[in-house]
Write a protein that binds this ligand. Structure first.
Ligand code: GSH
Length: 265
């Protein structure tokens, strides 16, 4: 059976879980508690030297990088529906969405999430624990982003860039969804599976309302995505009581700040 090392609220983990469900795979999910730093455990680093989730184990094989994982799952899941668009042009669009979601959307998501939902927990750590956390991170760019938002929250200068990055992403998704029912053509594809956790993250950070009026097709797409069985089983049902509490503690000030940033742009 396939094994997925992931995290309950990890956007990249959700990307892989949603694809597993859409393809109809049975799999074992092994939770890596990122808030406790389990991604830095030596046994886990042997699987994923980048100290991140997800990691997929297929027999003797280890596959890392969420966009690579979901394409691998589509390749091996020949019993399930193909999540590759039918035409070369739609496939190109799908690959562009995957690339863009990897970068810059994923780092922007980390910036917004760590500045809001995860910051209070981090600030409760002792100075020694905080230092050890940063020292364990192999990627200096990720470390710099987290340091900035744990220090200054939504006032960190990188937050404005993250909000603008999302603004362009949601508006481009609106354009795509005006032409088609799904992001890369008329059928659900890996592009939709990959985008799902990121639009959901805007929702749980109470940020999606920023684009409510301007992007009705994105809202309609998200409604349809939420009706798919993979949404409840792979996103909602995975949230622990602590996860729910962390996101529920976020108030409207995050959206107010985003609106302010976009008005100044
Ligand atoms: N490019 C990687 C990024 C993976 C990633 O950033 N995962 C996050 C969770 S969504 C993580 O494990 N973070 C650990 C940390 O922040 O220390 C992928 O797509 O798999």
């Amino acid at each position: 059976m396939l094994i997925l090392y992931d995290g309950t609220t990890s956007v990249c983990g959700i990307k892989a879980r949603v694809t597993l469900a859409e393809k109809g795979f049975d799999f074992e999910s092994r939770n890596v508690d990122l808030r406790k730093g389990e991604q830095f455990a030596p046994e886990y680093l042997k699987l994923n030297p980048n100290a991140v989730v997800p990691t997929l184990i297929d027999g003797e094989e280890i596959i890392v990088e969420s966009s690579v994982i979901i394409q691998y799952l589509d390749d091996i899941g020949t019993d399930g529906p193909s999540l590759l668009p039918k035409t070369p042009l739609d496939r190109a669009q799908m690959r562009l969405w995957l690339k863009r979601i990897d970068d810059p959307i994923h780092p922007a998501t980390g910036t917004l999430t760590h500045a809001t939902a995860f910051r209070p927990l981090f600030l409760k750590k002792s100075p020694e624990e905080q230092k050890a956390h940063f020292e364990a991170m192999p990627d200096p760019a990720r470390r710099a982003r987290q340091e900035a938002v744990y220090k200054d929250g939504l006032d960190a200068p990188i937050v404005a860039n993250a909000v603008r990055t999302f603004d362009q992403f949601v508006k481009d998704a609106e354009t795509a969804l005006t032409r088609n029912e799904y992001l890369a053509g008329p059928a659900y594809s890996l592009a939709d599976a990959a985008a799902t956790p990121y639009i959901n993250r805007l929702d749980v950070l109470k940020l999606l309302s920023v684009w409510q009026t301007e992007c009705p097709n994105v809202m309609g797409w998200y409604d349809r995505i939420r009706e798919r069985p993979s949404f409840k089983s792979m996103i909602t049902d995975y949230m622990t009581v602590e996860d729910v509490a962390r996101f529920e503690a976020i108030d409207d000030s995050t959206a107010d700040k985003a609106r302010q940033i976009l008005q100044q742009s």
